[in-house]
Design a protein around this ligand. Sequence first.
Ligand SMILES: [Zn+2]
Length: 189
Amino acid sequence: MRLLEVLAKHDVHATFFLIGRYVSQRPEIAREIVQAGHIVGNHTLTHPLLTLKSEAEIRRQLLACRAALHDAVGDHSNLFRPPFGGRRPAVLRIARELGLEPVMWNVTGYDWKAPSAEVIEKKVARQIRGGDVILLHDGGHKNLGADRSQTVIATDHLIARYKEEAYEFVTIPEMMSKPAVSSQPSAVR
Ligand SMILES: [Zn+2]
């Protein structure tokens, strides 16, 4: 089953941080994500570790990803997730100068190495407290077409399990617009 089908089955919307060069290569995927009601955000053009890049290159990475997203889906969120979580004051300042809102996460499935669905589920479940931003991956940064079947299975199980416990899954913009006392996890990809 595909990730979008799993999310639709559970009526859950997620936030997808997309790499610009892959959006340019497969714009129909970005459009399908948006048409399904999910949020897309900026994950740079080529996924470099921005802490090692010049200010000009940081700016170029963010603007080029924004342009790729704009070409594919038009207007979209102003959310930005730094590759590898790499940030320093200059990265955050430039992002904000460009009108981007940096987003981090606090729960991770360590799924970039594609462990089994069971391992991903256990790692996430160990960290969930409520009000979490969960990081999972539906692709890879080195090339298109990474096998994320285990993440898709884990996502299906985690949503079912936590919905049963009366958790709600929301997008990052929904989460940011709710009062700080809310205790709902949010799915990030
Ligand atoms: Zn990434």
